[in-house]
Design a protein around this ligand. Structure first.
Ligand SMILES: NC(=O)c1ccc[n+]([C@@H]2O[C@H](COP(=O)([O-])OP(=O)(O)OC[C@H]3O[C@@H](n4cnc5c(N)ncnc54)[C@H](OP(=O)(O)O)[C@@H]3O)[C@@H](O)[C@H]2O)c1
Length: 321
């Protein structure tokens, strides 16, 4: 079948390991289903995989793609939850030490077909396109959990999103606006800040700019480049929710500020199947049209990877089949 995959780990030149071609049809274990993929979206995670981060060398070649939407053999339209847990685990899926994300152990969604445990295929709302469904399972689910499960923010409070045009950032802006938060965003260029405004941000600022007042919560995926600004932007007692560090981890955690102002720093990763179901329902009820910056046929995936590597995004990049 047709697929886009990582042929081998390549820390310095990830695009050199990106292959477009034929891969074997998947076997379908008991209790798993085949999803005929209609759309799948690109995440920074796919670039980490090409670099060999978070995947063992013996897992290559690996079909990329952590999330997607498609059709089961019986015609049911589904959105994929890409956290695959240990069947023996009891408790919250994201805390299962043996959990993996599609592409870490099992083949991903950038292919004609993907197989997943039956419970990982969730009914797609009829109002949602396949392309929109394909961006829910990773970036949007991560944003939903950061905002509604981890931050404790109430409608009417102020949130700062670091980064304007990324997949997680654009989801945070659209979800936060729909939920009644005051949404502030930093962006690296005027075009990116304009995009955040169009998506519902009340105010936008240049990266690192002094804010008119301190905020209740900061949402971080950037890391080193914005961390100190995030710490300085918080009200006493405020919270930073962090789910990524694209520009690298920050070795100086600003501990003095952390304890003196009684700040809270909370990690967040992906989300549960139930949270994904709630996200799909919230998007439907609130009438949100999730931001897709680029839509390309899967055969042209390389172009999408290149623009993400160059930081040239305007929301999610979706590949269609
Ligand atoms: N823990 C999890 O479950 C989880 C899930 C999804 C993603 N993540 C992580 O979250 C991060 C973002 O993922 P994504 O898919 O949203 O990536 P993306 O679409 O490529 O977005 C990257 C974002 O980072 C910002 N950025 C990058 N370098 C920056 C710098 N030097 N200074 C300021 N801003 C910078 C960009 O801001 P501008 O718009 O201003 O350029 C943009 O908003 C990645 O590290 C990813 O691995 C984690």
């Amino acid at each position: 079948m047709f697929a886009v995959y990582a042929s081998e780990p390549n820390a310095d030149d990830p695009l050199a390991s990106l292959a477009v071609g034929d891969r074997p049809e998947p076997d379908v274990p008991d209790g798993w289903v085949t999803v005929n993929v209609k759309a799948a979206s690109l995440n920074m995670h796919d670039i980490w995989t090409l670099r060999g981060v978070g995947i063992k060398p013996d897992q290559f070649p690996m079909i990329l793609g952590c999330d997607g939407a498609g059709v089961l053999d019986d015609g049911t339209e589904v959105v994929l939850h890409s956290v695959i847990g240990d069947p023996e685990w009891r408790g919250e899926e994201t805390l299962d030490p043996k959990r993996t994300l599609l592409t870490e152990k099992y083949q991903g969604t950038f292919a004609d077909k993907v197989v997943v445990p039956k419970r990982n295929a969730i009914g797609k709302p009829a109002e949602m396109s396949f392309a929109e469904g394909a961006i829910m399972g990773t970036a949007w689910l991560t944003a939903y959990r950061m905002l509604f499960v981890k931050s404790g923010l109430r409608p009417g409070q102020t949130m700062l999103v670091q980064g304007a045009s990324g997949g997680v950032s654009t989801a945070l802006v659209q979800l936060g606006r729909a939920a009644g938060m005051r949404v502030w965003v930093t962006g690296r260029s005027e075009a990116k800040r304009d995009l955040a405004k169009q998506l519902g941000a009340h105010e936008t600022f240049e990266s690192g700019a002094r804010l008119p007042e301190r905020v209740d919560a900061v949402f971080e995926t950037v890391g080193k480049a914005t961390w100190s600004h995030s710490m300085k932007s918080l009200k006493p007692g405020g919270i930073i929710v962090v789910s990524g560090s694209t520009s690298g981890p920050d070795p100086s955690a600003d501990l003095q500020r952390l304890f003196f102002l009684q700040l809270r720093v909370v990690g967040s990763t992906m989300g549960t199947r139930d949270e994904l179901a709630s996200l799909l329902e919230f998007v439907r009820l609130a009438g949100i049209r999730p931001q897709i910056g680029t839509e390309l046929p899967l055969s042209e995936a390389k172009e999408g990877f290149r623009t993400m590597l160059e930081g040239d995004t305007a929301g999610k990049t979706v590949f269609t089949l």
